[in-house]
Design a protein around this ligand. Structure first.
Ligand code: 5AD
Ligand code: SF4
Length: 436
């Protein structure tokens, strides 16, 4: 038998790309590829790219530059670009980087096997269609091989919101929900393979409408699966947070008390310019309702500083909103102008202003994150153990609130959810002891 071909995938950007990379590896598995973690031994290298900010997109071209010597030493090596940069700049990539053999967008990667045939015969292959067919149906069902206890599962793709700064509606297309029966089947397969926690993914996951009752309906159906212990979902939009979902956050015991709900800014003027279609007060009211349903919820958000036209006063309103909500976790970015988006036409703020605001915002968010973490000390939480740590006997898992938790524990805890008493708080993790 011939040696299997080796595939190396480098994934950038969001969790949906992590999921897509797995599915691409599975698709190419049918063509005899096995994954390798060693780039130098690969027969095919795929870069699964992100286009969300300028820096993310630039990384692709610098990475392709770094791959040139490898390709020269090994002319049979095939190099592919997938993901959102592929979607946005397909032909441009082929022009700028002649070493690229294959370009595939996020909606057409089920066609990778046929594209692989083409590149093996020496052709170049480019596919950035938004095909009619459902790529997940075209892909084989998930292999039953043993896997770790956590998995991502894409349930919804695309975005119709058109925030003025964002490329996603262009790179990922319109909002599409996967049919619930297929999601439930995939979830059962994952649980049969050892998965205990599933994170439902979507660019606007709470706009999911493939099940009666929307995302809440899907969550309740998933909660029926024996062996599935934890459910999470990300990323949500405030305007799609319906009453049923708020109620599920309070009532569904398998749904974990962590919610990522981006607000982007605390200024109504900027929210309007961003086309977010909600005010700061509406966001705060929603948070109050969610917290009434689940008082211990840990809240996370995304923030953009330095959006065109943002004044000192607008920025202070964002700081005020952060103080009012008190976030347990957050991601923050300097505004990055993206070609083709409405905000790209507007005058940019000086880099120094963006830097100063980002530093102040991050200092406040870090303070809140540390305080939230420190408040865990002395409490009991569920921890799903995922891997062994570097120290002898140390196991690492995630708390219900998504904190990394380090515990001295026997190896049998891997894949199990155990009760842990938190005893210490370090900058980005907690320490604890098993109590059962
Ligand atoms: N500049 C900076 N941040 C952006 N995001 C999306 N587009 C941009 C941009 N052009 C951020 C938003 C979004 C997160 C995924 O990335 O905060 O919620
Ligand atoms: Fe981008 Fe806004 Fe859609 Fe989120 S909701 S993916 S930020 S356009």
């Amino acid at each position: 038998m011939s040696e299997p071909k080796k595939l190396f995938i480098k994934t950038y950007g969001c969790q949906m790309n992590v999921y897509d990379s797995e599915r691409m590896a599975e698709a190419l598995g049918g063509k005899g590829y096995v994954e390798t973690k060693v780039q130098e031994e690969a027969d095919m290298i795929l870069l699964n790219t992100c286009h969300i900010r300028e820096k993310a997109a630039e990384k692709v071209y610098s990475e392709l530059g770094r791959l040139r010597p490898l390709k020269e030493a090994k002319p049979d090596l095939k190099i592919g670009v997938a993901g959102c940069v592929a979607q946005a700049e397909g032909e441009e990539i082929m022009r700028r980087a002649p070493l690229v053999d294959l370009v595939v967008g996020p909606q057409s990667y089920h066609r990778l096997p046929a594209m692989e045939d083409a590149v093996q015969s020496g052709a170049k292959a480019l596919d950035t269609d938004f095909p009619e067919e459902d790529k997940f149906e075209e892909l084989k069902s998930r292999p039953k091989a043993h896997r770790g206890p956590t998995a991502f599962l894409t349930v919804q793709e695309g975005c119709d919101k058109f925030c003025a700064f964002c490329v996603v509606p262009y790179t990922r297309g319109a909002e599409v929900s996967r049919p619930a029966d297929r999601i439930l089947r995939e979830a059962r397969e994952l649980v049969d393979a050892g998965v205990r926690e599933i994170t439902l993914l979507g660019q606007n996951v709470n706009a999911y409408h493939g099940h009666e009752g929307g995302l809440a309906g899907l969550i309740w159906a998933l909660a029926e699966i024996d062996g599935l212990e934890r459910i999470r979902f990300t990323t949500s939009h405030p305007n799609d947070m319906d009453d049923a979902l708020v109620a599920a956050i309070g009532d569904c015991s398998k749904l974990m008390p962590y919610l990522h709900l981006p607000v982007q800014s605390g200024s109504d003027r900027i929210l309007k310019a961003m086309n977010r279609k909600h005010t700061a007060a509406e966001y705060l009211d929603l948070i109050a309702r969610i917290r009434a349903a689940r008082p211990d919820l840990l809240l996370s958000s995304d923030f953009i500083v330095g959006f065109p036209g943002e004044t000192d006063q607008d920025f202070e309103q964002t700081m005020d909103l952060i103080r009012t909500v008190n976030f347990g976790q957050a991601y923050s970015f300097k505004y990055s102008s993206r070609p083709g988006t409405p905000a790209a036409e507007k005058a940019q703020l000086p880099e120094a202003v963006k830097n100063e605001r980002l530093a102040r915002l991050q200092a406040l968010l870090t303070e809140q994150q540390r305080a939230a973490q420190n408040s865990m000390v002395g409490r009991e939480v569920g921890v799903l153990f995922e891997k062994a740590g570097r120290l002898k006997g140390q196991m690492i898992g995630k708390s219900d609130y998504l904190h990394a938790v380090y515990v001295q524990a026997p190896i049998e805890v891997l894949g199990q959810t155990r009760r842990v008493r938190i005893t210490e708080s370090a900058p980005n993790s907690l320490g604890g002891v098993l109590i059962n």
